[in-house]
Design a protein around this ligand. Structure first.
Ligand SMILES: Cc1ncc(COP(=O)(O)O)c(C=O)c1O
Length: 400
């Protein structure tokens, strides 16, 4: 059977993960130093603690957790998460999902029709952009500076799109240690954006896999918290918080906090797509939290990554010509380079592979037709400090 002619239109038109293809294209280059992937270091996974808790959970609670579970997620995990994050929510305001990607898909399914417009940051996380592709929405990307989204650009776009009679269903943002940009929104910009979105009834979905991975500077409140605490309990924000960069992406655990009616519809989607998230993994995370292991573990990860980030910033400073600029994140796992206008990072990628170093060209992080070509993303959580030193030198050789 040849299925090619039977694929649905959405399936035929779906973009593949360009990042996976790019990473695969350099896989067999011996001695290549890669800043391309977005993997956390496996050295940060709490293997020993998790293996003990997995064993105990299956032994002691197996009859419960090896059974089908609730579509909204494990009640115990929700309770422990609220305690950990300092919220006293109605359990119906929270949902557990199979990673953030799943949550974004349900959120999009709950809110959009094909042809609707959604907004994202320019650049934004490709994994989410391709998940939105499946919704057949038109994604418009809004540029940001070092403090967050550029409000004038946002206001102009919203007026323009609405004047065309189109509906903007939501704004997808990654406010802390943005992937791929590395920036975090300032407190003032958070308030400004929230005020605008509330006044204009524009829902925000806040993707938050990195805010806990802060190596310097002061923590900032999430949009979700600000909306509740400073904007009269507004439910304009839905926050998705993934454990992928904390416990390991293989756990596939994320939580969603948001408006009850919206969460309830997202649960209906989960029921159809997944029945339930992995019940064993959920209970393991619940017990991990209950034993107070999360905060010390996160402190260890922060201690582990801080020197990686500092090393990359030092090596960029030492080796890059003055025409190259980069963001200076205080956490997360990525930073973003802006090259002179005439340098195309898609071309540079091929040259860099010959010089045994790789990155992701910035053009891959924009919706189709809105690309910028003189930018690139560097990941600093996977290569060793020595590799960071050698790799940045190799990259700089191509830019001087
Ligand atoms: C901004 C952002 N959102 C979502 C994800 C994926 O999260 P998950 O593994 O929970 O699906 C990532 C992973 O790199 C990310 O950077």
């Amino acid at each position: 059977m040849n299925y090619t002619n039977s694929f649905s239109r959405v399936t035929r038109e779906m973009r593949s993960s360009l990042i996976r293809e790019l990473v695969a294209s350099t896989k067999n280059i011996e001695g290549l130093i890669s800043f391309a992937g977005g993997f956390p270091s496996p050295l940060t996974f709490p293997e020993k603690q998790l293996s003990e808790i997995f064993g105990e959970v299956v032994a002691n609670e197996g009859r419960d957790v090896l059974q089908y579970g609730a579509s909204e997620g494990d009640a115990l995990l929700k309770k422990e998460l609220m305690k950990w994050e300092g919220y006293d929510l109605d359990p119906d305001e929270m949902l557990i999902t199979v990673g953030a990607t799943n949550a974004l898909y349900y959120y999009g399914r709950a809110l959009t029709e094909p042809g609707d417009v959604i907004l994202c940051e320019a650049p934004s996380f490709l994994g989410s952009l391709v998940a939105f592709d499946a919704l057949e929405v038109d994604c418009k990307a809004i540029p940001f500076d070092d403090e967050g989204i550029i409000m004038d650009e946002l206001k102009e776009q919203v007026s323009k799109i609405r004047a065309q009679g189109k509906r903007i269903k939501f704004f997808y943002i990654i406010p802390d240690f943005q992937n791929p940009g590395g920036i975090s929104y300032s407190l003032e910009r958070r308030r400004e954006l929230l005020r605008f979105c509330i006044e204009n009834e524009l829902p925000i979905v806040e993707d938050n896999p990195y805010s806990r991975l802060r190596y310097s500077g002061e923590p900032l409140p999430t949009f979700y918290r600000l909306a509740r605490e400073e904007f009269d309990g507004s439910t304009i924000v839905t926050e998705i918080q993934s454990f992928s960069k904390i416990l390991g992406p293989g756990m596939r655990i994320a939580s969603v906090k948001g408006d009850k009616a919206l969460v309830e519809r997202m649960v209906s989607w989960q029921q159809k797509v997944n029945i339930t998230p992995d019940c064993v993994a959920q209970r393991v995370v619940a017990r991990f939290l209950e034993r107070g292991l999360m905060d010390p573990h996160i402190e260890n990860i922060k201690k582990f990554y801080a020197p990686y980030l500092n090393k990359m910033l030092d090596e960029l400073q030492k080796n890059m010509p003055a025409t190259v600029k980069w963001t200076k994140p205080e956490g997360g796992i990525f930073l973003w380079l802006t090259l002179p206008e005439n340098v195309n990072a898609d071309e540079l990628f091929k040259e860099a592979a010959k010089n045994k170093v790789s990155f992701i060209p910035g053009s891959k992080f924009y919706p189709p037709g809105q690309e910028r070509y003189n930018t690139l993303r560097l990941n600093f959580s996977f290569a060793t400090p020595q590799q960071i030193e050698d790799g940045i030198k190799r990259l700089a050789e191509l830019l001087v």
